[in-house]
Ligand binder design. Structure first.
Ligand SMILES: Nc1ncnc2c1ncn2[C@@H]1O[C@H](COP(=O)(O)OP(=O)(O)OP(=O)(O)O)[C@@H](O)[C@H]1O
Ligand SMILES: [Mg+2]
Length: 186
């Protein structure tokens, strides 16, 4: 049974709107048929058209008109596609701060693997108010294994995401072999 809350859901409004449009246009189509047949009969009755031409015109109308009226039934799908796609353009249009091809770094060097986070401050772009890393400093020597331990949401994955250059820290630096990761050719 539907509760009062579920009856007021936006989906219900959308369904009613969709139903009205889906019902209205076939109805309009049938009315147009009736008018076309009625007018053909009048023209033939007044001897302004012969039956053959009247029938031919009606057939042309009945073949072309559905293609036009069916276009209108697509309107709800087009509107919902636009609504779904519009928010996608925000992140796509955002200019990345990560320069993937640093023009100054032409030499390919062998990385030893010393990792250094220096006073890294970070928050995710969609949530500027929630600080994820606040002055994180750590150093990992080459060839060593280090585990990041902490509660869920404690920012373990975020540390890796920054190291992999998926995001840029707000403040501080990340170094690999004492060189800022921004200067590597990725
Ligand atoms: N893409 C994102 N956009 C906005 N906030 C994010 C994003 N990814 C993570 N966060 C937030 O950043 C904080 C740190 O998340 P993170 O995934 O780094 O934690 P975690 O320690 O890896 O957690 P878990 O142990 O559950 O994997 C959390 O508050 C999380 O909600
Ligand atoms: Mg994680």
């Amino acid at each position: 049974m539907l509760t009062k809350a579920s009856q007021n859901r936006p989906g219900r409004k959308e369904s009613i709107k969709y139903g009205i449009i889906q019902g209205f246009f076939p109805c309009l189509w049938n009315i147009a048929h009736a008018v076309a047949l009625w007018y053909t009969r009048i023209l033939v009755y007044r001897r302004q058209a012969i039956l053959e031409n009247g029938t031919r015109s009606y057939q042309i109308f009945s073949l072309t008109a559905p293609s036009i009226t069916e276009l209108w039934t697509l309107i709800p799908s087009v509107i919902s596609s636009i609504n779904i796609l519009t928010p996608v353009y925000g992140p796509l249009d955002r200019k990345t701060e990560i320069e993937p091809e640093n023009p100054h770094d032409s030499q390919l060097e062998r990385i030893k693997g010393k990792i250094k986070f220096q006073n890294v401050k970070f928050n995710y772009p969609p949530r500027p108010e929630g600080t994820v890393l606040n002055n994180l400093s750590l150093q990992i020597e080459p060839g060593t294994k280090v585990a990041l331990v902490g509660p869920s949401g404690g920012a373990k994955s975020s540390v890796l995401a920054i190291l992999l250059m998926f995001y840029v820290p707000l403040q501080g630096r990340v170094l690999i072999d004492d060189k800022n990761i921004k200067e590597y050719l990725v």
